[in-house]
Each structure stands twice: as C-alpha cells, then as structure tokens.
Design a protein around this ligand. Sequence first.
Ligand SMILES: [Cu+2]
Length: 424
Amino acid sequence: MINRRQLLLGSAAGLVGQALTSNRGIAQTTGIASGIPSRQGVITPNGRSLPWRIRDGVKEFHLIAEEVEHEFAPGTKIKAWGYNGSTPGPTIEAVEGDRVRFYVTNRLPEPTTIHWHGLILPFGMDGVAGLTQRAIQPGETWVYEFDLKQHGTHMYHPHADEMLQMAMGMMGMFIIHPREAEENPVDRDYALLLHNWAVHPGTYRPDPAVMTEFDLWTMNSKVFPAIDPLLAQTGERVRVRIGNLSMWNHPMHMHGVQFDVTGSDGGRWPRQQWRKEVTEIVGVGQTRDLEFVAVAGDWPLHCHMSHHTMNAMGHDLPNTLGVNQRDIVQRMRALVPGYMAMGETGMSEHQSHIDMGHINGPENTLPMMGGQGPYGGMEMGGMFTLIKVRDRMDAAPGQDPGWYQPPEGTQAYPVTAAPEDLPS
Ligand SMILES: [Cu+2]
C-alpha cells in the first residue's frame, strides 16, 4: 500500500507539524507545512491525513481504491469499499497554489474514477467516467494532475457507478489551506464527513439500493459512541469542517456555543458574511465550516434529525406508546420464549434492557441507542459525538480525557417538590 519511502517522507513532514504545534499537545500524523510557517494540519477523528512527497516541485499522493474491513463501533463489522484501507479515505491536505499529482490505483472488482468535488481544474481531470475519461479498470493506475487554484473544505468521491460506490463508503475530505495566513487563525481544525448506510440486521455488506431507510448514520463512517470526541482547551478557536456525501441533509447542532458559519467549499468567507447559528444544515454535496471559541464542558455535536442519532431500528413498528401489554406478554411467551413487550412508557428502556443483556439483538447489529455518560445512559447513537473542552487539555486526538466535572453550584439538581405558591 504505502511504501517505506513514502512513509519516511510523510513522517518527516509530520515532525515539522508537530514542532509547530507541540505547545498545544496536538500530534500530527502528516504535516502540510509546504514551506509555509505556522500552518496547522487538520485532525480527522477516527482517521488520518494522506502522506505525500514532493517530486520536482509537485506534491504527489497515492490513492488506492479497495475493499476494506470496517467497524462502525464494536459489534458491527462490514465489508466496505474505501481508499488506502479505510472509509472514508484519508483526508487530503494541500495548500492553495500547490501543483498536485494523484496516482489512483483501482483494486476494486469494477471500474472507478475519482471526482475532485468542487475543485477548479481542467475538464479532463474532473474524473467523470465516460465523459472526461474512460473509467479506471480493475488493476489499472491512472494519474490526475492539476494546480490548486482555491482554498476551502472540499471532498472526493467516485464518479463511476456512483450510487453503489458511494453507498459502499468511497469518499474522503480534501482540505485546501489558504496560501496567505488566515485572520483569526484556528487552534484546532477538525474534519467530519457525514454518510448513511443500509446494513440490514444480520448482514455484512451495505445495500446500495436503499434510498431512504438507512440503518446507520455516521461521522467519518463511525457511530456514537465510537466517534472520537473533538478535543480543545478553554479559549481556543476551533473549526469543525463538515462535509455531506450522504442521501439526506443534516441540520448539525452544537451545544454550549453560538458558532460562526465561516466557510464552505467556496473557501473561508469574508468576515461580514459570517453568521451566528446553533444549528447549520449541511446539505447533500455541501460543506460547511463552523468556528467557535471553546468553553469548558462535554458538549454534544449532533445531527438534529432525531432518527439520525439512532442506530439500526425498524421504521414500520406498531406504536405501543400508552398500550398496556401485560396480558399479551404472557400469551406471547407461550409462542415466543423470552418475548418482551416494550414501548408502553417510551423507548428509553431500550438501552437499559440492552445494557443488562436482556435483549440479544440480531447478528452484526448495534443496538438502536447506547453510550454511557457519568450519570447513566445517553440513549444516543449515529451522528452524535462530544466536543470535550478542558481548561488544560493534555489528551491527544483519539484519546478520551474522561468526563467533565461541573463546578459546584452550576449543575441541575433534584428537589422534593416545587414551591406551592409558584404559578404554573
Ligand atoms: Cu441527519
């Protein structure tokens, strides 16, 4: 996959990135220094950036389209398709003005291409099968080469048998940093790619024919609680770049702050165009950059479509809310040993039954909701993660700093009753 020389070159660049950022404790796996001082790399939770080398002034990358074994969270593994061993593929990072050369090797059983979504480039480099090139056949390696004439948060994906190949997980982020130093530079820069999957209970391959009834909603192809938290230190400026190559629009909601929407695939917007939001829709095929100054806590960042923060579930169940099922349970148990009735008072009990081992779900299928917090089950799944901010953050990306302790007097608490004279 990646030869030793590429690895050495990649890690040499990584050392530069690390030296520049070590005071903040951010470890870079690859640098993007490119001769420009004080530039930070992007952190791809649960992922990495693609290593590169310079050859005759051209930044060279190697992308390998291939089948990958992928785990959404412990308990669900599938055969997916991706790049260089993962879905999404590694994040590509480069700098506006770079000339880039991509070697693309096809190890899939069918033809593919790579489309550089949103990039300004020569027609023949746009990667549309049949239109700008013949498709890359299994076993072939092709070269794409062009100048980067813009900056911003971009994506890459196949433009050959696109519906199937994207449903299988083929996609990645393509971050182009501006050549000039940014005003209000960020201290931490995260990249999340949103997707959806139809992995029916008990199966091991995504079903590309599904259009709306997806089982799993993912950030960087992971579901909560397996999505790495986004780490920051109080007062730091944080950017979360979100791309969407799924089949739905996602209203991405952040707790604890009003963020600025500061950019997109159109680059970082002029300051007067920034706007304060707490929820921003990232439409299919779009990207959005959300920036904020970090405030201490463990703050959720999630899609606000409530079914998108659940894992596999049936959508055609009878509604049992408020239905007394006690008699039915006895009669059903005669037919189905261990039968349990649920949903009379809500669905919250689902997580506790799973946690206690009362329910064994179908093979290779995650429970609808999960995730233990310091005070109990969070009853979440899918497109949900945490932004963990501490006054001093020593954990590195991928590590968990534990749970936030609210200062005394700043947390909700129970009482025996509300004052009787309080109007309601
Ligand atoms: Cu959503």
